[in-house]
Design a protein. Structure first.
Length: 202
């Protein structure tokens, strides 16, 4: 195996473990030791490839947005005959599908908007910039030939899309929480039933 390939594989291995750790615990709660333990490599190896915790976190956020943009560019198409609502729904459904397959990226994505470390704000905004451009261009395609209401700018329409996005993400998380709660309730009922049976049998 060539040196370049070994380097690439190790970087992927580190980022895979780091994305899971940062996605689960956030920037502040994540620990470099936990990343190393999960990935099965030493801190020396990690710091050979990444300068510090900040650089690892930024690399994870960058990977998240790169993968999301690649997925959207591959799968998203605008069909004018479908109308605005259907094209917008298609876009957000694709995003939900992507995050369903990559839950750690969902957490990193949310963090980059809602709880980004203050000292990394400028760097993360730069990482987000291509995604923002993609959204503006996509919205332009979706709205081509559509007259916006008087006083509504493209930026305001983008903000409305952002509100819709947050609503969709919140709805999805609530649904998952309800499903998890129902499953936990059922387990508790079964456990209680088993214990009752054990007491009666005794």
């Amino acid at each position: 195996m060539k040196q370049e390939e070994r380097v690439r594989q190790m970087q992927q291995r580190i980022l895979g473990a780091a994305c899971q750790e940062f996605g689960k615990r956030g920037y502040l709660g994540a620990a470099v030791d936990s990343v190393c333990k999960a990935g099965g490599f030493s801190k020396g190896i990690l710091y050979y490839y990444f300068k510090d915790k900040d650089s690892i976190y930024l690399a994870c956020v960058q990977l998240c947005f790169n993968e999301l943009l690649q997925y959207l560019n591959t799968h998203m198409s605008v069909y004018p005959e479908d109308g605005v609502a259907q094209n917008v729904n298609r876009y957000f459904q694709l995003r939900m599908d992507f995050f369903q397959d990559h839950p750690a990226f969902q957490q990193l994505f949310d963090q980059s908007f809602l709880s980004l470390p203050e000292h990394l704000t400028a760097a993360i905004e730069e990482i987000r910039a291509p995604f923002a451009r993609y959204n503006r261009e996509l919205l332009g395609q979706i709205l081509a030939g559509t007259q916006l209401r008087p006083g509504i700018t493209l930026e305001e329409a983008m903000e409305l899309l952002g509100c819709y996005q947050r609503f969709m993400n919140h709805t999805k998380r609530m649904k998952q929480a309800l499903q998890s709660g129902s499953a936990a309730q059922e387990k508790l009922r079964r456990l209680a039933g088993d214990q009752d049976g054990a007491v009666v049998s005794g």
